[in-house]
Design a protein around this ligand. Structure first.
Ligand code: ATP
Ligand code: MG
Ligand code: FE
Length: 341
């Protein structure tokens, strides 16, 4: 099958055409960094307006590039949450309009499912079930991925997400926005042992992550005037990697049957994160799978791909599908821990 994917849940406007046998016919991502940079972070209202302006032409572009008419796609997959609700509504309503106009089924995709299944798009050998570290701007979770729509959450963050920690620390250090790539770049010239920073929750019996204390420690180190920005960036990155590694190592003991260790989400683009997880997987004799860098950060190929897997499984949605600001992949785990964790 051939699926048109639409993504607009944060500050990337994206469209893609992907087949169920892993061919990416066309895919485009339009970032909005310059529109948000003056504010030091994503402004929801500006993002939603930008999606309205950019998305229709972007969809026309991918169809033209692949030489496909809208009538030639089998279904339209749009992110229906979680994310900034204004942006989600723009993408979902665009998808609904196209589905209605072309008389095609709509697939309302969970953005997190897009990230979670993205490693399968570029690695045909990856099979269910796998242990997934989902590290993005809004989430930091360990998930046992059993199949399409079947996710068991083993851990989540009790405060900030990993990408959020990168972004906030970058801001404190004056490295600008978006923070992840800026911290990684600055860290290259720094000493990761130079600044003593905490590794919250590591070594504990509980499964979860915490990054808020680390961010505060970065602020104190910077204010002290004793350390260079590259040294703080390198030490911070090392601390995040240590936290991710410790928690993932623990989760592996609760993920019997996992066929691979997998990472996805924007922070999975970080080379230090990838290297550490690769070594952990090697030590456990597990294959390690990470998507190519462009597939880690937000894009529509992963939404089209999740849509393709859903379409093949007969999982399509009605035109009454809701846009959702919050939408956990494992609602039972979310409920058990209480809202927000
Ligand atoms: P979510 O997917 O949870 O809704 P999001 O869609 O905003 O959040 P992504 O696009 O998946 O998040 O990832 C963006 C995040 O990834 C940002 O926090 C960004 O700083 C971080 N990031 C991107 N590249 C890197 C990198 N090289 N190193 C560290 N972090 C990175
Ligand atoms: Mg972004
Ligand atoms: Fe994302």
């Amino acid at each position: 099958s051939l699926i048109l994917g639409i993504e607009s849940s944060c500050d990337e406007t994206a469209a893609a055409l992907v087949t169920s046998d892993r061919h990416i016919l066309a895919q485009r991502v339009a970032g909005q960094e310059s529109a948000h940079r003056p504010f030091g972070g994503v402004v929801p209202e500006i993002a939603a307006r930008a999606h309205v302006e950019i998305l229709p032409a972007l969809i026309a572009d991918v169809l033209a590039e692949a030489r496909i008419a809208l009538a030639g796609v089998d279904a339209i997959a749009a992110t229906a949450g979680p994310g900034l609700i204004g942006g989600v509504m723009v993408g979902l309503m665009t998808g609904k309009g196209l589905a209605l106009a072309a008389n095609k089924p709509l697939i309302a995709v969970n953005h997190l499912e897009g990230h979670a299944l993205s490693p399968m798009l570029t690695d045909p050998n990856l099979a269910f079930p796998y242990l997934l570290l989902l590290v993005s701007g809004g989430h930091c979770q360990l998930l046992f991925v059993e199949g399409v729509g079947r996710y068991r959450r083993l851990a989540t963050t009790i405060d900030d997400a990993a990408g959020e920690a990168f972004d906030k620390s970058a801001k404190l250090l004056g490295l600008g926005f978006p923070g992840g790539p800026a911290v990684e770049k600055a860290a290259k010239d720094g000493d990761s042992e130079a600044v003593p920073l905490p590794r919250p929750l590591t070594g504990t019996a509980e499964p979860h992550f915490s990054f808020a204390g680390l961010k505060s420690a970065v602020l104190r180190a910077h204010d002290s005037g004793h350390y260079s920005v590259p040294d703080i960036a390198a030490s911070f990155q090392r601390a995040v990697v240590d936290c991710l590694l410790d928690r993932t190592k623990r989760a592996l003991t609760h993920a019997a049957g996992a066929t691979a260790l997998v990472v996805a989400g924007g922070v999975a683009a970080n080379q230090a994160v990838r290297g550490a997880l690769q070594a952990l997987a090697d030590a456990h004799d597990l294959p390690f799978v990470a998507p190519p860098l462009w597939l880690c950060t937000d894009n529509a190929a992963m939404i089209a791909w999740a849509g393709a897997l859903r379409y093949e499984a007969g999982m399509v949605d009605g035109l009454d599908a809701a846009a959702r600001a919050r939408w956990p992949l494992d609602p039972a785990a979310e409920k058990a821990r209480g809202a927000g964790v």
